[in-house]
Design a protein around this ligand. Sequence first.
Ligand SMILES: Cc1cc2nc3c(=O)[nH]c(=O)nc-3n(C[C@H](O)[C@H](O)[C@H](O)COP(=O)(O)OP(=O)(O)OC[C@H]3O[C@@H](n4cnc5c(N)ncnc54)[C@H](O)[C@@H]3O)c2cc1C
Length: 263
Amino acid sequence: MNIIVLVKQVPNNTEVKLDPKTGNLIREGVDTIVNPDDLQALETAFTLKETHGATITVLSMGPVQAIDALSEAIGMGADKAILLSDRAFAGADTWATSFTLGKAIQRVEKFDLILTGRQAIDGDTAQVGPQIAEYLDLPQVTYVFDIEKLDTGYVQVKRRLEDGYERIQCSLPAVLTIIGGRSKPRYPEISKLLSACTKRAPIEVWNAADIGVTTAEVGMNGSLTQVIKTFAPKFERQSEFLEGSAASVARDLVERFKRNKLI
Ligand SMILES: Cc1cc2nc3c(=O)[nH]c(=O)nc-3n(C[C@H](O)[C@H](O)[C@H](O)COP(=O)(O)OP(=O)(O)OC[C@H]3O[C@@H](n4cnc5c(N)ncnc54)[C@H](O)[C@@H]3O)c2cc1C
């Protein structure tokens, strides 16, 4: 069994700030982490490797520093990793991201399962997994909580709904977007982490030519959407002190509530 896990390196969410002048994310000096749902996707893949035997390939698109995220995945137990990195990929919207990842997946020799996180904590769209499934014309199940059965040609999963679970069987190869939660993602092993940092680390870097795409198809050029403006909402507070006896302040308050249709 060959499993591809998609992993995105994201800014540590609690530290994300917007530049008030440009509206761009301030990425300099911001700590990065592996997207939390992707850790769940990795843990799901490792559990399948232990129970069924599997080769796990981790794939990411991002700047060179995303190698850190891939090294972490190798440290956790992935067999190999591929980073898609090229200036031409910069500024990609979700479609251009999915297209680029989809093209790279077509270059990976053989796969049975593609696992993605449900959602990235920075972009937050949850579009990439489903778009890859559409691009590769594969069946997909989203919000996967648990893989209950894996057999020749099919997988049975438990999918989380707002008020319960859904059990779904789906033919392979397939794309599953994972929320996980059955088991905590494992910590990387020091020895594997160290091996991921050597020159012989099983991490390849592919550029646009390696996946056979033109610069017009990827990054900002290949994006179907355009961000016009990014801004943080402004919160303003106004305060007023009411004076007088308790009874007159209470009457005043009730009047104000009525005027503003609050009661
Ligand atoms: C016009 C435009 C310009 C943009 N420019 C930039 C930019 O310059 N720099 C920038 O960082 N972002 C940019 N973005 C945001 C970028 O499009 C999204 O971060 C990206 O497409 C993924 O979408 P998402 O974060 O919502 O992922 P989701 O769809 O929420 O992610 C779901 C899952 O897909 C997988 N996944 C998502 N992205 C990747 C990835 N890159 N590699 C591997 N797996 C992945 C992960 O498993 C993840 O859990 C831009 C967006 C737009 C619309």
